[in-house]
Design a protein around this ligand. Structure first.
Ligand code: BGC
Length: 806
């Protein structure tokens, strides 16, 4: 391993511990020293480092739980069980793949398309739980990925009979028992909720197994907090639709995650923000102050236990219930301590601006702060807070005047019956004067900048600048897997043929769990050629042999010609795990690590972070996303972007903009969402990330939003993103948005001419069909040359900026 790889592995090992959430704790961990350990469960040997699909990272190595514990000095006493599980798993896997192929044949489609992201449900089995010693660890794992949603069935969201039985038995039999969750999303833990020790390890990338060993031995400690509510499957809202093929209605409005649990007065099994540690903390001397519209709360947090730890203090606000219904509370700020030794204390400062509490009033198309009492609640998680002060606003303030821009769903949002809450006596009242809060009026007149250079280009060259670089010789195959000539395994790049005009290509590669490139490659005069990994492993195994051969041949894979070169990238913790750290500085350091690898391998744009909300626990890509809450989503995303963009010539791409909260029929499903829920929830994280980190790029989503594909929504891109949020980067489509015909679907697919007309600068990854559609659009009038020049100017300037390493 090279020095940078070792340094990155050490960093990930350190960060990972902070992302793990201790959910139950009876004091029997950490262990004093390594000894005999009985290890069981699907994730013990088949540990999952991250989910499947474009977010998969081709890392040089990966430490499983079994390997991590052994390297730390443990003797695993349950090898018989682990071997038996292996055989059983392989057989179940073969059946699963056979089943997928049969299903594909029946539907006259390719298995790879039919089953993208489909996860094999955990099988049922009887293997005797043999093992020695006082300590046992059961590692429960789940995997999911793009293209499929999870199912509320045993082996996925629910536990299997086998898992329940074995976990409960081990919990009884062993003096020290730890249930480890090696998962990327929520699992219903109701049947095992009484187990003494439960650790949500998550999927932490290359060092997953070593991180667990460190935690078990107390070389590190867990200080993560849930970024999404964990409860029984039956407890989650079923107010809106999910996973519908054509129309998915978000009828729950703004009542997503803890906002729903609070609204119906349901206590979650593990509430939003929850997490324990090996130690305990007390909060003293909370103090709130207002200066203009800035609210600041300070609190002293002291470690009162016997082990080092970190605490994440959380500040929630309960707004007044006025003309607009409002959630019982929303997260307004958070702050994490540094490592506090036993007895040590730190004073944390949490602050926010009053305007961040505004609600969106659709009837007047503005953000409004209604008059009344805004109750500040400070605490350890959303269900454990204390009143700190009341902010009393004297009259209504319109904080921003906008225009409605996002279409209308065919329903009205659900409203809860919220009872006003009595504020206990003695809580300090702070007056906030409406005079102090300015009204921002958005100007929708954007300057139309056109660079003289792009004006010199022919229509065709101009179109090519609006499309990802494609290889005309490969036809449809040019868009598969890695479509970059310059960097093997990168997902795409901008036009190569205009280099002599001073337009350098921008290379784009995936994330978010690290940089996704081909690990090994060769280079010749025609470019870089990856060895293997044309597609993620999970997809390759579904291709028929002949197709695999053809793909390898056509994309230059197969037998290496010339020297084999390497580009090793580090698998970092998945998005959800990063958010669980509640530590933007840690997220920024992870972005920094990715930026370093981008710089090394010549990647200009990282196709991450992904910041869609966890609207439903079944979304197959939730592991890539951060949270059910837009504030933590936006803050963590902004931090990751800053880390990446600290590097010369490197930019981040925030995605998938927007309302891409399910994978079912992802290209053609129409998310119906109210303007209010969009602005307060689904766009909010993007708004924060844009304003706080200036991302170089943004990717639109596949889905439609209120009847129109997001990639073709000019109002979304020009009015909301650019005019209201002040976005200055380039916009691109998600891959193949315009290339997959929606056979049998109610809605068709977007086309490159309409995409460009909407001010979406790049149709990715590009195909001959996109060029044809753009040229046709210029003739028929669906697209103007001027718009192409505006888009091309943005692409040109960004390409120059990134190629100069600025
Ligand atoms: C995914 C994107 C990804 C792109 C390029 C798409 O299938 O939705 O998140 O960046 O592929 O690999």
């Amino acid at each position: 391993m090279q020095d940078y790889e070792q340094a990155h592995a050490a960093a990930v090992r350190q960060f990972g511990a902070e992302c793990a959430v201790l959910m139950k704790f009876n004091g029997s961990f950490p262990l004093k020293e390594p000894g005999e350990i009985a290890l069981f469960g699907s994730g013990a040997r088949k540990t999952v480092k991250g989910g499947t699909g474009s977010g998969e990272v081709n890392s040089r190595y990966f430490v499983t739980v079994e390997a991590g514990l052994e390297a730390a000095g443990f003797t695993v006493t349950s090898k018989t069980w682990l071997d038996a599980y292996d055989s059983l798993y392989e057989a179940a896997r073969r059946d699963f793949i056979r089943g997928l192929k049969a299903k594909a044949r029946a539907h006259h489609t390719l298995a790879i398309l039919e089953s993208m992201g489909a996860a094999m449900p955990e099988p049922e089995y009887q293997i005797p739980l043999t093992g020695n010693g006082d300590t046992a660890v059961y590692v429960l794992s789940r995997i999911s990925g793009e293209g499929s949603d999870r199912k509320a069935e045993p082996g996925d969201v629910l536990l299997t009979q086998t898992e329940r039985r074995d976990i409960l038995l081990l919990n009884e039999q062993y003096q020290n028992f730890l249930l480890v969750l090696n998962v990327g999303g929520v699992v219903d833990l109701t049947p095992v909720k009484d187990v003494g020790n439960i650790l949500l390890l998550s999927q932490l990338g290359a060092e997953t197994g070593s991180i667990l060993a460190d935690l078990i031995l107390g070389k590190s400690f867990p200080s993560g907090r849930l970024a999404t509510t964990w409860s029984g499957w039956e407890d989650y809202a079923k107010l809106g639709e999910f996973g519908e093929k054509e129309e998915t209605r978000y009828q729950e409005g703004v009542y997503v995650g803890y906002r729903y649990f609070d609204a119906v007065g349901k206590r979650a099994l593990f509430p939003f923000g929850f997490g324990l540690g090996y130690t305990t903390f007390v909060y003293t001397d909370p103090h709130a102050a207002v200066d203009g519209e800035t609210v600041t709360v300070t609190v002293k947090v002291q470690n009162t236990g016997n082990f080092p730890g970190k605490e994440a203090a959380q500040l929630y606000v309960s707004p007044p219930n006025g003309a607009i219904d409002k959630p019982t509370q929303t997260l307004a700020a958070f702050a994490k301590t540094h490592t506090l030794q036993p007895g040590e204390a730190e004073t944390l400062t949490l602050s926010f601006e009053m305007r961040e509490l505004a609600s969106y009033d659709e009837s007047r198309a503005c953000w409004v702060l209604e008059p009344g009492d805004y109750v500040l609640r400070l605490g350890r998680n959303s269900a454990d807070t204390e009143h700190v002060a009341v902010l009393r606003l004297d009259r209504e303030v319109i904080t921003r005047q906008c225009k409605n821009a996002l279409g209308t769903p065919d329903f009205k949002d659900w409203k809860p019956d919220r009872k006003p809450e009595a504020v206990p006596e003695g809580v300090k009242i702070l007056s906030v004067s409406a005079e102090q809060i300015e009204t921002e009026v958005v100007s929708y007149d954007l300057p139309e900048e056109i660079d003289p250079m792009v004006q010199t280009l022919s229509d065709e060259a101009l179109c090519l600048m609006n499309i990802g670089a494609f290889n005309p010789g490969l036809g449809a195959l040019s868009v598969i897997g890695d479509a970059s000539k310059n960097v093997a395994g990168a997902a795409g790049e901008t036009v190569n043929c205009l280099k002599e005009k001073g337009i350098p290509p921008m290379v784009m590669a995936d994330g978010p769990a690290g940089l996704r490139l081909s690990r090994q490659y060769t280079r010749d005069e025609s470019g870089a050629h990856g060895l293997g990994q044309a597609l993620p492993e999970s997809m390759m195994e579904l291709l028929p042999g002949a197709a695999k051969w053809l793909l390898n041949k056509l994309t230059g894979k197969g037998k290496p010609r010339g020297e084999i070169l390497e580009q090793n990238c580090t698998a970092i913790p998945i998005g959800t795990a990063l958010a669980q750290s509640w530590n933007p500085a840690l997220a920024e350091a992870c972005g920094d690590l990715v930026g370093d690898e981008m710089e090394r391998f010549g990647v200009h744009l990282w196709l991450a972070p992904a910041l869609n909300l966890h609207r439903d626990i079944r979304c197959g890509r939730n592991f890539e996303y951060y949270s059910e809450d837009p504030l933590i989503t936006g803050k963590i995303a902004a931090a990751v972007v800053r880390g990446v963009q600290r590097h010369k010539g490197c930019g981040a791409t925030v995605k998938h903009f927007c309302a891409n909260n399910q994978e079912t029929n992802r290209y053609y499903s129409n998310s119906q969402v109210s303007e209010r829920a969009l602005r307060e929830l689904y766009l909010k994280g993007f708004e924060i990330a844009v304003k706080e980190s200036d991302p170089r790029a943004l990717m639109t989503s596949y889905n439609l939003l209120n009847g129109v594909h997001t990639s073709e929504r000019r109002d979304l891109l020009e009015e909301v993103l650019r005019a209201e949020y002040g976005y200055r980067g380039i916009v691109m489509t998600d891959w193949l948005s315009a290339a997959t015909p929606g056979k049998g679907c109610k809605y068709g697919s977007p086309t490159a001419d309409k995409i460009a007309a909407a001010g979406n600068d790049l149709t990715m990854p590009g195909s001959p069909k996109d060029l044809k559609n753009m040229l046709r659009g210029l003739k028929t009038g669906t697209l103007t040359r001027k718009q192409l020049e505006i888009n091309a100017t943005r692409v040109y300037r960004m390409a120059k900026l990134l190629s100069k390493g600025e």
